[in-house]
Design a protein around this ligand. Structure first.
Ligand SMILES: [Fe+2]
Ligand SMILES: [Fe+2]
Length: 318
């Protein structure tokens, strides 16, 4: 049905080019809205889902794009699909960015589909802003499937498994300790976690990290992992040769992100209470070794000279 909608609109609409709100977002919202709506409203929900952001000219927030989208959608719907409830659909499009919920199953399905689809950007879904039971059930089933895949799924490598966790909104805590049933986060000593697999893997496989590192930045942190600088999902880390030769087996604990807040860095999240992991994944040095490059002695010297004083002898506990 989606291809039919797209072909009927061909030549009549202009698609905003964006990886966030471009045509892939329109397709995703259309398909999900069709799934969440009762069968008799499926077609209308898919048309509205596909047109809801058709007036976008940028990726910013605000409601103007929703008003513009409704203006563009109205004559198109009137001429191509005169049989559907144009007033309801245009109301849903015009108000989809107003933070509302609706008891109407068609309007609710359209708004819920957009909110759920945006969660791929790392935005948390506020369950209280979902209108339909179908959307809540969809999220519960999706979560169960994700947890199942994390636990039993087949992934070519360990880092692929961890990246899957991160892509689905879970956080990772690397620890040299095996078999923990809960992780201790407290007011005084928060539990730290990250969404960068390699980062957590380094913490899991370096049991001597805290004991031996005198200048934390210099021994470990000189890394090409910083996402804005390196969008590669499997970046490399540079570490001292002694740290590399002492790699050992460890565990990555997979954690729900709900109880975490953003820490000092964009890749650091902290929690002040005990957290029960949803899965524990064993890590061995062979899982990380291909991503680590040794620091040269010149680099080590340079890094030690410019290391951040606050991190000397005081490494964060991941
Ligand atoms: Fe929108
Ligand atoms: Fe949208």
């Amino acid at each position: 049905m989606l291809t039919d909608i797209e072909s009927k609109l061909q030549g009549h609409v202009h698609y905003y080019k964006s990886t966030i709100h471009g045509i892939s977002h329109l397709r995703a919202v259309s398909l999900l809205a069709g799934e969440l709506a009762p069968p008799e409203f499926k077609k209308a929900a898919m048309i509205a889902g596909f047109l809801h952001d058709i007036g976008r000219k940028n990726d910013f927030g605000g409601r103007q794009h929703a008003v513009d989208s409704a203006k563009i959608a109205r004559p198109l719907i009137a001429s191509i699909w005169p049989e559907i409830d144009i007033e309801k659909i245009c109301y849903a499009i015009e108000h989809h960015a107003d933070g509302l919920t609706s008891p109407d199953p068609l309007i609710g399905a359209i708004w819920d589909a957009d909110r759920i689809t945006l969660s791929r950007l790392g935005r948390k879904i506020n369950i209280t802003l979902l209108s339909t039971e179908a959307a809540k059930n969809y999220l519960t089933a999706k979560r169960a499937a994700i947890v199942g895949a994390i636990t039993d799924g087949q992934f070519p490598t360990t880092i692929d498994r961890l990246q899957y966790c991160a892509d689905n909104g879970f956080l990772l805590h690397g620890s040299p300790t095996k078999g923990l049933s809960y992780l201790r986060g407290s007011r005084e000593r928060p539990l730290c976690a990250t969404q960068i697999p390699l980062y957590a893997m380094m913490y899991a496989t370096t049991p001597t990290l805290h004991a031996n590192v005198t200048i934390w930045d210099a021994d470990f942190f000189y890394a090409e992992w910083w996402p804005p600088l390196n969008p590669n999902p499997t970046p490399t880390i540079k570490a001292t040769p002694s740290l590399i030769s002492n790699l050992a087996e460890g565990t990555i604990y997979v954690l729900e992100s709900e109880k975490f807040k953003v820490g000092k860095h964009a890749v650091e999240f902290i929690a002040h209470e005990p957290i029960t992991p949803i899965a524990a994944i064993n890590i061995s040095p062979s899982d990380v070794i291909s991503f680590i490059k040794p620091l040269t002695s010149t680099e080590i010297k340079m890094l030690r000279e410019c290391a951040d004083d606050t991190l000397r002898n005081n490494p964060p506990a991941y």
